[in-house]
Design a protein around this ligand. Structure first.
Ligand code: HEC
Length: 485
């Protein structure tokens, strides 16, 4: 009732002002619907902005989580013969993964309609879902304010590490591989002097996954579950080369960022599974079902623990199989956002599906987009420590931070000329020549280690976590040639 009233008011207000041509004015869609297509944009309109932006977020969440068509020719396309609740990989899972576009040695990425290319688990092609990264352990850690380092990992109640996945739409891929850009090569990354802009309609997703155990039978029906090859550091160490194992994985967190014509600083949306942590106010409580929380024991302490947070996982700080964690939601979710969640959960095509177990925790948007550029974060809204501008699975330790999504991405990316997109700075690599030189110097180190197993300071040369490039036969051959010269 409430939303349709708002829709009517907005519609009338828009008609009344239709003589004006203010760029961001328009008819705002605030009515929950279950469709394989998202809303294009969010115009300015009178009344509370939350229903307009939150409805945009939910429609995007549903469109991205629509069952996908299969095969390389259909990447990013929904299967319109299916319903939201039907089985199968989702549309966003057929988007390009970061490792398909940013591989060691900066090879030219395969076309959008292709799954070809190196895979960090060594799979034959990239249609095999993979939770891994060329830079091992990168997918274990959360983002931080510094581009040089990732931050802390998140551990669930089964003592399994949460794993992160980033994928992006065709528009974003086209911007990266545009011959005038070639941003998959490190030296071509946009800079302050030569800033880069992504195409309107670019969409990027960051997802958080729980790795399920065989004992998780009772909760399986509550999650969107898929299978993936998951990097296994223990087996990798034992075997001396990369080992990934197939696991069932359950979706626990979901960021969506969409660049639109009216909102060039992108619209920022974040969803979570309702069983992640105990409710802060009137969110559903897993305890009432009853099922366990994914990231909280349900027992005291009602605080984030341990603090300080566990250190970032790396080759020298491997996953600890005995660490336990306690996560809480630090800030309440906007009441209007919770109302939009309930409106969606009650729709016939959502009710009874796993998607009724996901909630929007926040949308953030540029309020005064102005002229986009490195100095203009777009006057983000909402702001401030009392708003939920974090996801318990992805900004676990930043929930009380002064920096919201847009402010942090302004600092780590837009201020550097990269249009709010953060991961390129981590992933873009050197072209083969430099990479080969690096491998050559590592293999000289390896030779030194073999000659003197007590040689100090050569830990990295002994590491079993070699990059995919180390094992590439053509690179090995080139290294031999270089060494013989
Ligand atoms: C503390 C700074 C910080 C905050 C706060 C933050 N991010 Fe990020 N985000 C990053 C960094 C750095 C990366 C790149 C590393 C990675 O993949 O995690 C990133 C990656 C992403 C990605 C993958 C694509 C990309 O741009 O690299 C998405 C999508 C994303 N963030 C959305 C969000 C949303 C939505 C919020 C708010 C709920 C948010 N971020 C809050 C720093 C931040």
């Amino acid at each position: 009732m409430r939303t349709s009233l708002v829709a009517t008011v907005t519609f009338l207000a828009t008609i009344c002002t239709s003589g004006h041509t203010a760029s961001a004015q328009g008819v705002a869609d605030v009515t929950p619907k279950v469709l394989p297509d998202r809303i294009d944009d969010v115009p300015d309109a009178p009344g509370s902005p939350f229903p307009r932006f939150d409805n945009f977020s939910w429609r995007a969440f549903i469109a991205l989580n629509w069952p996908a068509l299969h095969g390389p020719a259909n990447r990013g396309i929904p299967d319109r013969t299916k319903k939201l609740g039907d089985a199968g990989p989702r549309v966003w899972e057929t988007y390009k993964a970061r490792y398909e576009v940013f591989a060691p040695g900066a090879p030219k990425p395969a076309a959008w309609t292709s799954y070809d290319g190196k895979n960090p688990c060594g799979a034959a092609d990239n249609e095999t879902k993979t939770l891994s990264a060329f830079s091992h352990f990168a997918d274990y850690n959360q983002a931080s304010f510094a581009l040089a380092t990732l931050a802390n990992p998140l551990i669930d109640q089964n003592k399994m590490y949460t794993r992160y996945e980033v994928r992006f739409s065709r528009e974003q891929f086209d911007s990266i591989v545009d011959p005038n850009n070639n941003w998959y090569i490190k030296q071509n990354l946009p800079t302050v002097a030569k800033p880069g802009t992504f195409k309107d309609g670019s969409i990027e997703i960051k997802a958080a996954w729980r790795v399920l155990n065989p004992g998780d039978g009772s909760i399986r029906g509550r999650f969107y579950i898929n299978k993936a090859m998951v990097f296994d550091p223990v087996a990798t160490e034992q075997q001396g080369s990369v080992v990934c194992k197939e696991h069932e994985i359950a979706l626990v967190g979901f960021h969506i960022v969409i660049k639109t014509r009216l909102r060039p600083q992108w619209i920022w949306s974040s969803f979570e599974h309702i069983d992640n942590v105990p409710p802060k106010t009137d969110e559903p409580d897993a305890k009432a079902v009853p099922v366990p929380y994914s990231f909280n024991s349900g027992l005291p302490p009602p605080t984030l623990a341990p603090m300080p947070a566990p250190r970032a996982i790396s080759e020298t700080n491997r996953p600890d199989p005995n660490l336990t964690m306690q996560v809480i939601r630090a800030q309440p979710i906007q009441p209007e956002t919770m109302q939009m969640n309930r409106d969606y959960w009650n729709l016939a095509d959502v009710k009874g599906t796993v998607w009724a177990n996901y909630m929007l925790v926040m949308t953030q948007w540029p309020r005064i987009p102005g002229t986009p550029g490195i100095g203009n974060p777009g006057n983000p809204f909402p702001l401030g420590v009392s708003s939920t501008l974090a996801n318990t699975t992805m900004e676990t330790y930043q929930q009380r931070s002064q920096r919201s999504c847009m402010e942090c991405h302004q600092q780590v990316s837009n201020a550097l000329g990269r249009d709010f997109v953060a991961f390129m700075a981590f992933d873009a690599t050197e072209p083969a020549q430099q990479a080969i030189a690096a491998v050559a110097s590592r293999s000289r180190l390896n030779a030194a280690v073999r000659a003197d197993k007590n040689a100090p300071g050569l830990e990295s040369a002994r590491s079993p976590f070699r990059s995919a490039l180390d094992d590439d036969p053509s690179v090995k051959a080139l290294v031999r040639v270089l060494q013989e010269q």
